[in-house]
Design a protein around this ligand. Sequence first.
Ligand code: HPA
Length: 274
Amino acid sequence: MSFSMNQYWESADCLRSRLSGFQPEALMILGSGLGFLADELEHPVSVPYGDIPHFKPSTAPGHKGQLVFGRLEGKDVAVMQGRMHFYEGYSLQEVTYAVRVLRLLGAEKLIVTNAAGCVNREWSAGSLMLITDHIKLCLESPLRGENLPAFGPRFPDASTIYTPEYQVLARNAAQSLDIPLKEGIYMFFPGPQYETPAEIRAARILGADAVGMSTVPEAIAARHCGMKVLGLSLLTNMAAGILSQPLSEEDVLDAAAKASRQFSLLVRNCLAQM
Ligand code: HPA
């Protein structure tokens, strides 16, 4: 399913009519463990996805379905409280719909975070990772189908999806907060099943440090329409086959909750400096 320019504008106009002049400069799409940041916005205005034309509900556990607008760290932001995933059955155009709508509302920055499996054997669960690049072998792309040139070119450059200047900023933020921050390559798997041990071995050979089921579509769509992107992963578990225990969603959510305070400090500090 792809959308027309008219549809994106209908959603943007609907939001504009509820925001009385508020213009978000950054969009934050927060993965498991960080959704609470939306509750920390000053002067929040929440708009349920169901009130916005063409928006889809998020069905993932722990993900509320609303956009929250407000001020955080001195910046006017929009937070997606609940993101859409490919595994929920949405097309990647649907998954990334909000990114383009927020771009039409004037947002030029994206902070995107996730819970991910740790592929790098030298690291441990609980680590935070700056995403420096990604691998996506899944054939779908949010840009497949008719190109809308108002957003960006048919064949966009992908050599700096994760904005180098934001990577510097995140390294500095981590250092000043004394939070250890790994950096590496995030590999997208469509899910919803976790990866097999053989897939994780393959991912490692290909150069991945982390694996997960989100973030890459949003980052591609954001970069396509000229936004700057910061991507951060919370490595909630060692990826399949590294430890002799099965992966469970419960363990992932527990680990995400444990690291959430540190993670939110880092994200807030990055936002403050953007
Ligand atoms: N694989 C994929 N997605 C994930 C994982 C994982 O190991 N952990 C958290 N999200």
